[in-house]
Design a protein around this ligand. Sequence first.
Ligand SMILES: [Zn+2]
Length: 248
Amino acid sequence: MKRRTLLSAVGAVASLGIADRTTRAPAEPLVVRIWQTEEAAARPSAQKRAAGYVRQALEATGHDVAVSYEEEPLRFDGSDQHVEREAWPKRVVAGVAGASAVDPVRDVNLLLTDGAVARPTAGYAFDHIAAVPGARFLAAMPPADESPAVVDYGVPAAVTQLLVHEVGHALGLDHGHGSVAVDGDTVTVSPMVSGYAWAPDELRADQLPAGICRGGAVKADDRRRRLAMRFSPCAESALRSYRGGLFS
Ligand SMILES: [Zn+2]
């Protein structure tokens, strides 16, 4: 889903002042922490798989990457979509103020749910906060270091690419950082384009404006779909110069 500002989602809660960006030395690692809902925790491999694919994608940007898990599941009320878009960001913001059990990290605070993955806007991200559904599918993926960098389309692979997509948003990337490569009857999409390459025309045009990396609006048609698990070169380049961090 296209990134929105944290302020628009959490309203008054965001007046805590956490939106102040800080800069840090290049040598400091990118810090990612992965939480899970109770439903996601029933898929024991999901967190490990998520950590592996996120680490792999981010290490290619030249950063040291520190990924950790919170194994104690979080309880939420409401639909998975509500949790991903509203309840989780609010809990992270509350955590910054010391008012929730969540102790946010500086770069990416990621929640795994086991919510539905078929809806067109599955997954969500704000600056430094992301949530992805489909823990059961993540758990079905091979470990990142045993998987090729580009794989055939399948639901587990698409959910894993969505995970990388939302982490990209959380670090400031947009869909314009994505790439689409056509080779004969095959089309390979990078994480920041993901399933938008084969979305209906209107949605694709809305979500994939002329990209920074170019080629983002290419239509997949009925070509064989391939999913890259690492960012496009220009997305990697953008992340290489990332010096953000909200919560330090
Ligand atoms: Zn998106």
